[in-house]
Design a protein around this ligand. Structure first.
Ligand SMILES: Cc1ncc(COP(=O)(O)O)c(C=O)c1O
Length: 361
């Protein structure tokens, strides 16, 4: 039995007829950019997230860059973020000419360690950019207490409780493997600051309201009508999918995976975008999984403070010890909302044999 790491097809396949009908509706409507689906999705997403406004953009990276631009964060400014995250988090800050200042993570939550963040605040700090990594909300109460604006990179956590509450703004990616995904690229900015939302919306449209007068040097970054139409359908299934993810995660614990490797700590807000474990034996375990035809991956094995493109920041190996340890030990096992129990049992069996071999050696 081969088992993929994620099975997005199992999520959208039962919705095929609805998706095809939506495709026809958009086709018949003939308005492919900023049409009725786009506006409706923005409203439905805002209601879901409990914010006043959302703005659809082309992808999650643009969402971050445009937000930073709208907040006029640029050269000379610092933004504190984790180094254990996808590259786009820090890339967006560097793209604006601002300085990403990396703080270490809490080894249990894998999210920013608020104490380490506090130690890195300077007179140049304009914002903190927590990432709700792998679907687990960051320590937002502790970070909010630091009294620096929070820009939430929620690319991996649409629908997680506690997200989009404490930040001045949150951003999302709809890349096809995300909890809420589209059938291509897509992104979103969510905020209750209506002025900020307006500025993001204008910036995303070449800095213009009417394509005649251009107020800013902007971007061409829009969530297209078709993707917005699909997202409206997927949004109505998100809670059920996220519940399914939590059930699959709980079952891994019941099946004894936690006796073999360190499991992600369960926390009520965790929506398990990915199921990322830790083990000092991760390479051996992964080799066994691959050999058995089971999907597995490692994440951010070169953390962002050590990425060649950001070497100009002068960060040294050893400067973020928890980040570097987790980078060396993490690996994922398959998880998707309706993952069958037999597949989970097989994953646990293969990990068990790999760990037994290690114990004997
Ligand atoms: C934490 C994080 N931030 C930002 C992004 C960027 O999103 P996108 O790929 O839609 O540009 C991603 C997506 O992969 C992500 O995981």
């Amino acid at each position: 039995m081969t088992i993929p790491l994620v099975d997005v097809h199992s999520e959208y396949a039962p919705l095929k007829a609805e998706l095809e009908a939506r495709f026809r509706e958009v086709l018949d409507g003939g308005q492919f950019i900023r049409g009725p689906q786009y506006h409706a999705f923005q409203e439905e997403a805002a209601a879901y997230l409990g914010v006043k406004k959302t703005v659809g953009v082309a992808n999650g990276t643009d969402a971050l860059v445009i937000v930073l631009d709208a907040l006029e964060i640029g050269p000379g400014d610092e933004v504190i973020c984790p180094a254990f995250t996808f590259y786009a988090t820090a890339e967006s800050i560097a793209r604006r000419g601002a300085t990403p200042v990396f703080a270490d993570i809490d080894p249990v939550t894998l999210n920013l360690d608020p104490e380490d963040v506090a130690a890195r605040i300077t007179g140049r700090t304009r914002a903190i950019m927590p990432v709700h990594l792998f679907g687990r909300p960051a320590a937002m109460d502790e970070l909010a207490a630091l009294d620096v604006p929070l820009i939430e990179d929620a690319a991996q956590a649409f629908g997680a409780p506690g997200v989009a509450e404490r930040g001045i703004v949150s951003t999302y990616s709809f890349f096809p493997t995300k909890n809420l995904f589209c059938l291509g690229d897509g992104g979103l900015v969510a905020t209750s600051d209506e002025e900020l939302a307006d500025r993001v919306s204008v910036l995303a449209f070449h800095g213009s309201r009417d394509k005649t007068d251009f107020d800013f040097v902007g971007y061409n970054s829009r969530l297209d009508e078709l993707q917005a139409g699909f997202l409206r359908i997927f949004l109505t299934h998100l809670d059920e999918w996220n519940r399914g993810r939590r059930e699959v995660a709980a079952r891994y614990a019941e099946l004894g995976l936690g006796e073999l490797v360190e499991l992600p700590e369960d926390e009520v807000g965790h929506i398990y975008h990915l199921f990322v474990c830790r083990s000092p034996e991760r390479d051996r375990i992964r080799a066994a999984l691959v050999e058995a035809g089971i999907g597995t991956a490692t994440y951010y094995t070169t953390p962002l403070h050590l990425q060649p493109a950001l070497s100009f920041l002068g960060n040294e190996p050893g400067s973020l010890p928890e980040t570097e340890r987790v980078a060396a030990e993490n690996f994922s096992v398959p998880l998707w909302p309706a993952m069958p129990v037999e597949a989970q049992e097989r994953v646990v069996d293969v990990v068990r044999s790999a760990v037994a071999v290690t114990a004997k050696a």
